[in-house]
Design a protein around this ligand. Structure first.
Ligand code: M6R
Length: 357
């Protein structure tokens, strides 16, 4: 039930800090460490490579998961759209391990890919919000998202939950492999829950920006590099899905290889800037589009932000910045849809769970 909330999406966005804390609790073992079951760790440790298979928002969470698994646990990861994987299986390594990311656990494209994986007897894990769902039953292992039911078609809390569970999986593998840690995952996730709370309590500021910058536009762009590029992909999907603004995401460095031709007077370009080593380059790209008339907005982590100009997010561990940044972009999508008088929770032509291939 949505209670006093006008929309499930708003309720589900607001639940994110609590979901994060619940996940931390569910995955903390008796020794007080973040951990996933030992059998799962043992099986993944034998794999030469992980293949992540998913659709839509879950696919975007997969890219963030890839970065976390590679950087923390030093395991190579490839990410595939389920609908592409099923009919054009890539050349696999001898010992692969498959991760299916699916909020509902019922997505037909993902299920079809899992059927193929099972036919070949490869080990698999489903990360899902729904206990007992088809993909959970048909994979060898399941990790639950513990996000509570997600009703709005636009996925919000499941995305942040998926990234959090992937982060915990990566952390667990890192520890088991004896790789030195570069930050304290449990502490950082706790900090992030608080930072998200801050973003949500200032949501009216985002509404003002949306009113000013996105009120009458028919198109928009999100740009970013590395982790910010993955968030840009998700941000663009969210905005187009519920506001019907044609939104595209681009790796900021690719703009000059073609896309910049689309920039006209007043085209909104939203840049995401979190990481130190890409900040100045993305700033450069903002200047390039500005010079061609774009209306630019920047969402940046405090240490790389221009106070007074940017939407500023408190500093968090860079690898986990998608967890905070995406919340700003969820709010942008929500208000853009709301202000257009659209059906926020049930956008046209879409179903919550896509059970046809
Ligand atoms: O239930 P799943 O995670 O497998 O669903 C995958 C996509 O259909 C889903 O994420 C879709 O893209 C959302 N509507 C995005 O908000």
């Amino acid at each position: 039930e949505k209670g006093t909330y006008p929309h499930f999406m708003l309720k589900e966005m607001d639940e994110q800090p609590a979901v994060l804390r619940r996940i931390i609790k569910e995955y903390t073992n008796e020794a007080g460490e973040l951990a996933v079951p030992q059998e799962l760790i043992a099986e993944i440790k034998q794999a030469e490579r992980i293949y992540v298979v998913a659709c839509g928002t879950s696919y975007h969470a997969g890219w963030v998961g890839k970065e976390l698994l590679e950087s923390l646990a030093h395991i190579p990861v490839e990410v595939f759209l389920a609908s592409e994987f099923s009919y054009n299986q890539p050349l696999l390594v001898e010992k692969p391990f498959f991760i299916f990311l699916t909020q509902s656990g019922e997505t037909a494209d993902s299920r079809q890919a899992l059927v193929k994986v099972n036919e070949q007897n490869y080990p698999s894990l489903t990360i899902t919000n729904v206990k007992g769902s088809t993909l959970s039953r048909e994979a060898n292992h399941t990790l639950l998202l513990h996000a509570g039911p997600e009703i709005a078609v636009a996925s919000t809390k499941a995305y942040t939950a998926q990234m959090t569970v992937m982060a915990i999986l990566a952390e667990s593998l890192r520890r088991e492999k004896g790789i030195e840690k570069s930050f304290d995952m449990a502490h950082e996730l706790g900090v992030i829950a608080t930072v998200i709370e801050g973003i949500l309590s200032d949501k009216e500021d985002i509404h003002e920006i949306v009113k000013k910058e996105l009120a009458d536009t028919r198109n928009a762009f999100y740009i970013g590099r590395h982790m910010d590029y993955y968030v840009a992909m998700e941000a663009a999907l969210k905005l187009k899905e519920i506001s019907y603004i044609q939104t595209e995401s681009f790796a900021a460095g690719e703009l000059k290889h073609g896309t910049i031709a689309l920039i006209e007077e007043g085209t909104p370009v939203i840049a995401l800037i979190n990481e130190d080593n890409v900040a100045s380059h993305t700033r450069g790209n903002i200047q390039e589009v500005k010079a061609r008339g774009a209306r630019t907005m920047v969402v940046a982590m405090e240490k790389n932000a221009i106070e007074g100009d940017d939407v500023v997010i408190s500093n968090v561990e860079e690898m986990l910045s998608p967890l905070t940044t995406v919340v700003v972009t969820q709010l942008i999508a929500y208000y853009a849809s709301l202000d257009r008088g659209l059906d926020v929770d049930k956008p046209r032509n879409l179903a919550k769970s896509v059970t046809v291939e």
